[in-house]
Design a protein around this ligand. Structure first.
Ligand code: ADP
Length: 404
């Protein structure tokens, strides 16, 4: 029997998201989520996706990631999809920070684990949880390849001119301060799917990808390779996000420390969790913000305008970086669903060959689709992202699958 299944794990500090895929059919077999790991109110939601099975929910304490993965394994076994199955080819792990070193998906061994650990100072919130996930999966199936797929990998092709901050080189190098970028798995998947939508090879097209979820980032992709992206050392830089400020004068931090006597931890919390849309109007859900605007809420309108202004600046900047643009593509929760955001982001950019057709833009659902008027010089598209499928595809290719 050929092993064609891949389990994708995305381990957060108190959560574990998973999907089991069959790569022969590129079909999802099961998906689920364990939340509030380590608390008394942990919850597991498991959804089998074959055979018409219904979602199952389970409450009660789940002490740690080890217990969480064992609980997931038990749910999968109940559907005949147990992790002891010879059909399981590998486990693919989302790892947020791969630094400069990891430019490709990588089979995990002790040296790889040690390097991911060395990167904790630049990803203190994410890498420890990702490591826990890998270690747990490894102890459960030590014989199986564990593959790390890095959020930063797609961006490692950025030239130094885009990746370096203009600060003292020695200080930067000693402390690994540079622009890494994140959401790379999504930018890779979506830029490739956009080329496919245009009927071209990735090498032939230049694309601006706008990944607009709760976190948001833009990237400039030339011929399939990332040449710039809006997130930097951390996911705080760039676009206005749900709760993050994005670009800001760094002196704001010194000012708040001096004048408001805020601690570094407080300013970190302010910029990462209490800024962006939520800081501007009290809500970070674009649906709610549109509803507030419809009711005449001025703060919501201003939050929307600031969000769009920043987005438009990045479209312009990446247009200039690329020189020639074949497509601007919207993805993730806001990008895929919020027609007013797409419309406002390209409004007034006709001189750049950019426009949306109101009817195509308003149409809901569906997969990858064009929303620019027929004959546009630059395509504007909506492409649903699929990070789990991309992690599974990269994992499967690395362990020798996909050749048949
Ligand atoms: P992340 O993975 O970063 O948490 P998602 O890509 O799932 O986020 O995007 C979540 C965001 O998508 C929500 O905060 C919400 O603002 C937005 N969103 C989801 N559905 C819609 C919709 N129908 N209209 C507008 N915005 C939406």
């Amino acid at each position: 029997m050929t092993a064609t299944r891949v389990l994708v794990l995305n381990s957060g500090s108190s959560s574990l998201k998973y999907q089991l895929l069959d790569m022969r059919e590129r079909a999802r077999l099961a998906t689920g989520l364990v939340e509030r790991i380590g608390e008394r109110t942990s919850r597991l939601k498991h959804t089998p996706l074959t055979g018409g099975g219904e979602s199952r929910e389970r409450g009660g304490p789940i002490a740690d990631h080890d217990a969480a993965l064992k609980a997931v394994a038990a749910e999968l076994a109940q559907d005949g999809l147990g992790l002891d199955s010879p059909e399981l080819a590998a486990i693919g792990h989302r790892v947020v920070h791969g630094g400069k070193r990891f430019t490709e998906p990588t089979v995990v061994d002790d040296a790889v684990l040690a390097e991911i650990e060395r990167l904790i100072p630049v990803a203190p919130l994410h890498n420890p949880a990702n490591l826990t996930g890998i270690r747990t999966a490894r102890s459960l199936r030590p014989d199986l390849p564990q593959v790390a797929v890095f959020d930063t990998a797609f961006h490692t092709t950025m030239p130094e001119s885009a990746a370096r901050y203009a600060i003292d080189v020695e200080t930067a190098d000693r402390h690994r301060v540079r622009r890494y970028g994140f959401h790379g798995t999504s930018h890779a998947y979506v830029s490739r799917a956009t080329a496919e939508l245009l009927g071209k090879a990735p090498e032939e097209v230049n694309v601006i990808v706008l990944h607009l979820g709760n976190g948001a980032s833009a990237s400039a992709v030339r011929g399939g390779r990332c040449v710039d992206t809006s997130m930097g050392l951390t996911p705080l830089e760039g676009l206005v996000m749900g709760t993050r400020s994005g670009d800001i004068d760094p002196a704001v931090i010194f000012h708040l420390a001096r004048v408001a006597e805020m601690s570094i931890a407080e300013i970190d919390d302010l910029l990462n969790k209490k800024s962006g849309l939520v800081g501007l109007c009290g809500d970070n859900d674009m649906r709610e913000i549109r509803r507030m605007i419809d009711e005449g809420d001025e703060r919501a309108q201003l939050a929307f305008d600031i969000y769009i202004h920043r987005l438009k600046k990045y479209i312009g900047a990446y247009y200039a970086v690329l020189g020639r643009v074949d497509a601007v593509v919207f993805t993730a929760g806001v990008g895929e669903n919020a027609a007013p955001v797409r419309e406002a982001a390209v409004a007034g950019l006709e001189q750049l060959g950019l426009a949306v057709d109101p009817e195509l833009n308003a149409a809901r659902g569906g997969g990858a689709r064009l929303i620019s008027p027929a004959g546009s010089r630059v395509a504007v598209a909506v492409v649903p992202t699929d990070e789990e499928l991309e992690i599974a595809t990269q994992t499967y290719a690395l362990v020798g699958g996909g050749g048949d």
